[in-house]
Design a protein around this ligand. Structure first.
Ligand SMILES: *Cc1c(COP(=O)(O)O)cnc(C)c1O
Length: 428
């Protein structure tokens, strides 16, 4: 394929935007080469500035679960835009989407809308700290909760020592309140709680991890976290920015039958516009301003275009009883096909899948936490990525990302993808 125009546009962008991109993973640093500039997209396909067609397995990192330029979302946004794009005053549509979200998701009474997943997670832990009167949080290595300071933390010398920042600009003062645990390791969490008695406000987790590839929670892991939280008066925060309205109507809470205390949303809930949200039962949500003392605000929060897109998206998902099964079936079909193609070409691999999230790891051992995810062969991934691109299939330009399956994919598209894997695997 030819990427002449994309390369030229990237060179222009680099002059005025740091690294030529507004979010780092878009820059292809993990795989080499220059990023592709999108011109437009429809359904399961991206069309780039050079006129190439690509089957899209990123789907804006999740939101386009029903495909690009999904009719009802586009119509809702266009219609709203003609009536004014922002007021900074209450609008009826905010209540409509809040009512719908509360009806779809178990265990929440109220929801507050923000502008990104980052904001949702940042606000959720402030609320957890305010509500419990405690300062520390536990997060898991390899889980991503946006780029606010508290979450950009790596382990120090041992998992039970204080975290150290992994970005300049994050202070030691902030880092000391974030404790790092290993995903799927309940003993590790217990030890952290023991050594920080009565200091932990919340445990935040991706109930299915999606930012180190797709990593399912082990049997009973989430149940055990729930029990530990109850025992120690700690809030359990589910970051469902990726899994919310994707794994089931009610997200991972519904899929695994676990009640979280605070739930964070993003991605699908905005239908492709900048939206995040966090939600909980009344007792916790009423701790937020203007009812309670914990401050949180936003000029563009609940923006009418964003709410219109989100409402159209949630309505479409709510009204389609089969959509989550259909997505899971397509993903299972892809899993089987890719697995067979790699096996036949003797490419070592592990494939993880939950619902419509799937990831291919180039290592034969089980992948269940950040450490095991990092063992995958990155050179193989790079060749795989560029090979797939050349075949007309776009997957995330990083070995640590999940593929997001969209309902716009047909079984022909899936077969096309499996054939592409087979072609690429011959040369790995
Ligand atoms: C994408 C993501 C975020 C951050 O959301 P943004 O909208 O990019 O700020 C937070 N948590 C999880 C689990 C995510 O996948």
């Amino acid at each position: 394929m030819i990427y002449k125009r994309s390369s030229a546009l990237f060179a222009e962008a680099e002059k005025v935007i740091p690294g030529g991109v507004n979010s780092p993973v878009r820059a292809f640093k993990g795989v080499g080469g220059t990023p592709i500039f999108v011109k437009e997209a429809k359904g399961a396909y991206l069309f780039d500035e050079d006129g190439n067609r690509l089957i899209d397995y990123i789907n804006s990192w999740g939101p386009m679960i029903l495909g690009h330029a999904f009719g009802p979302v586009v119509d809702a946004v266009v219609d709203k835009a003609k009536k004014g794009t922002s007021f900074g005053m209450p609008t009826e549509i905010e209540t409509k989407i809040a009512e719908l979200a509360v009806s779809m998701v178990p265990n929440i009474d109220k929801i507050r809308f923000v502008n990104s997943g980052t904001e949702a997670c940042m606000s959720a832990i402030r609320l957890a700290r305010g509500f419990t009167g405690k300062d520390k949080i536990i997060k898991f290595a390899g889980c991503y909760h946006g780029h606010s300071d508290s979450f950009l933390i790596q382990a120090g010398s041992g998992a039970s020592t204080f975290g150290t920042p992994n970005s300049p600009g994050v202070t030691q003062g902030t880092a000391k309140d974030t404790l790092l645990a290993n995903y799927n390791d309940i003993d590790n969490v217990k030890a952290l709680i023991e050594s920080n008695k009565n200091e932990i406000a919340c445990i935040i987790i991706e109930p299915v991890a999606g930012n180190m590839g797709c990593i399912p929670p082990r049997q009973n892991f989430l149940e055990s976290l729930r029990a530990l939280c109850d025992e120690h008066n700690i809030l359990l925060v589910f970051d469902e920015v990726m899994t919310g309205f994707r794994l089931a109507k009610g997200g991972a809470q519904e899929l695994y039958g676990i009640d979280a205390d605070i739930v964070c949303f993003g991605k699908v809930i905005g239908g492709g516009l900048p939206v995040g949200a966090f939600a909980a039962r009344n007792e916790i949500m009423d701790y937020l301003a203007p009812v309670g003392p914990v401050y949180q605000a936003g000029t563009l929060s609940g923006n009418p275009l964003a709410m219109a897109a989100g409402l159209a998206m949630l309505n479409a998902l709510d009204n389609d009883a089969e959509v989550f099964d259909r997505l899971a079936q397509k993903t299972a079909y892809l899993h089987k096909g890719i697995s067979k193609a790699l096996q036949e070409n003797a490419v070592k691999n592990t494939i993880n899948r939950v619902g419509s999230m799937i990831s291919v790891h180039f290592d034969e051992n089980p992948v269940f936490d950040f450490h095991t995810a990092a063992k995958g062969n990155n050179d193989t991934f790079k060749s795989f990525f560029h090979g797939m691109l050349n075949e007309g299939v776009y997957i995330a330009p990083s070995a640590f990302e999940t593929w997001f399956i969209t309902d716009a994919l047909s079984y022909e598209d899936l077969d096309f993808t499996i054939n592409a894997v087979n072609e690429v695997a011959k040369r790995l």
